[in-house]
Design a protein around this ligand. Structure first.
Ligand code: HEM
Length: 413
């Protein structure tokens, strides 16, 4: 079997076949060379596309994530090679190395520490309660719209300071950025045109908001950012916009898709749902780790080799790209026992869903955990008989997303 992770055909395969291909690579070709990403998978024009090494084993992903000296983020962090302007406009500090990365991440990182997230936890729980209470009388519909999408949107918008009236269009634009590979999502638009429009919407909004906060400071992350200085200089509006795009994308899609995948797993495993429901406060924290491992909504990130590195008897050369497939690492039985079993009691659960550690480890991990505990706590309390159908998957190699998923329960008033 020849595996080509750069082809659209691979990502269109049924999940079981993708899993088998990753298992084969883990066993026989742990740093296989892959060709450049094909045009129909990339969706948008590529600039000097080159091949890459597919990193599929758990231990290798951890090693690369924790060695930013040899494995840089500055040349891009996804499979494809897009124009540098596009990288700059959308990726902010996720596509930077130290010292700039450390400084830009540092400006907002205090808002995301476990202690700080604990301070806003009550608000997140309350929001989750209202979201599920709003949905309860309907008896069902599309799970993504009714429930999964709403809490992340509300939480990150509150933190940044996005006004209520603008939230839906901001999240729609953020969705477009990671969904340009899916035709249904484009609704007839050209991928590049849709992407340009989305970036324009987000950048213009962020610039206007930044200008407003410069005049009218408030208690939110946008204010913190416009007031911050790095090496004695304020951030430019272009830098603030890129930061805004990164947080809007990272803070919305990931938790949403984890919620949908986890709900599907709990529908297929009613015994595990019942187990959590018997003591949610004690059992949800471990369950949430399994939700993230099982879902792995971010399927890959990439690095570029800076110094020669020996790996599995080969030398990785400077300039070569390495793409870490978290999805594969999270199913690697050399690190995770019986990895194809969904098991909410797994403890400890050292998965790679939030990355393999190191300086780029997910900034929002504590926030996401809190959101997931809150939303599932409420689902299990208010609509415990919920069942969901087959997920309608987002097509692409980056986000393991669910576009729609039917759900139903006995309506409650
Ligand atoms: C279940 C939900 C989530 C998952 C699975 C997830 C996954 C990831 C992964 C895999 C990375 C890259 C790690 C690396 O390169 O080592 C990452 C980075 C990041 N995540 Fe998350 N994420 C989630 C939720 C969030 C939320 C709610 C936010 C809120 C703002 C967020 C913000 C970020 C940011 C800003 C980065 C870049 C960090 C850096 O480069 O220093 N994430 N996330």
């Amino acid at each position: 079997m020849r595996v080509n992770l750069s082809s659209l055909a691979f990502w269109e395969l049924p999940e079981e076949e993708q899993e088998q291909a990753f298992a084969l690579l883990r066993r026989e070709a742990p740093i296989a060379e892959m060709p450049p990403i094909e045009d129909d998978l990339a969706a948008i024009p590529q600039v000097n596309p080159t091949g890459y090494r597919a990193i599929v084993r758990y231990d290798d992903i951890k090693r690369i994530s924790r060695d930013p000296q040899r494995f840089s983020s500055a040349d891009g962090v996804v499979l494809g090679d897009v124009a540098p302007e596009l990288l700059e406009a959308t990726l902010s500090f996720i596509a930077m190395d130290a010292p700039r990365h450390t400084k830009l991440r540092g400006l907002v990182s205090s808002a995301f520490t476990p202690r700080q997230v604990a301070r806003i936890e009550e608000g997140i729980r309350q929001a989750a309660k209202e979201i599920v209470a709003d949905a309860a009388p309907t008896g069902g519909g599309d799970f993504v719209t009714l429930i999964a999408k709403r809490l992340p949107l509300q939480t990150i918008s509150d933190m940044i300071g996005v006004p209520d009236a603008d939230r839906e269009r901001i999240v729609a634009a953020a969705d477009t950025i990671v969904s340009v590979g899916d035709e249904e999502f484009l609704g007839g638009r050209e991928p590049m045109a849709a992407l340009g429009e989305a970036i324009f919407t987000l950048s213009q909004f962020a610039s206007e908001m930044a200008a407003h906060r410069e005049e009218h400071p408030s208690d939110d992350l946008m204010t913190a950012l416009v007031q911050a200085e790095i090496d004695g200089e304020r951030l430019t509006h272009a830098e603030i916009s890129a930061w805004f795009v990164l947080l809007s994308v990272a803070g919305n899609d990931t938790t949403r898709h984890t919620t949908s995948h986890a709900m599907r797993a709990l529908t297929l495993h009613p015994d595990q749902r019942e187990y959590i429901r018997e003591d949610p406060d004690a059992r949800l924290p471990a369950a949430v780790e399994e939700f993230v491992r099982w879902a792995t909504p971010v399927m890959h990130f990439r690095r570029t080799v800076r110094e020669p590195v020996e790996l599995h008897g080969e030398t990785l050369r400077p300039g070569e790209k390495v793409v870490m497939f978290y999805l594969s690492g999270n199913r690697d039985d050399s690190a995770i026992e019986d990895p194809y079993r969904f098991d909410v009691t797994r403890d400890p659960n050292y998965h790679l869903g939030f990355g393999g550690g190191g300086p780029h480890y997910c900034l929002g991990a504590s926030l996401a955990r809190t959101q997931l505990r809150s939303v599932f706590g409420e689902i299990l309390a208010q609509i415990p008989d919920i069942e969901v159908g087959e997920p309608n998957p987002l097509l692409g190699s980056f986000i393991r997303g669910v576009k729609r998923m039917d759900c139903s329960w006995r309506p409650r008033h």
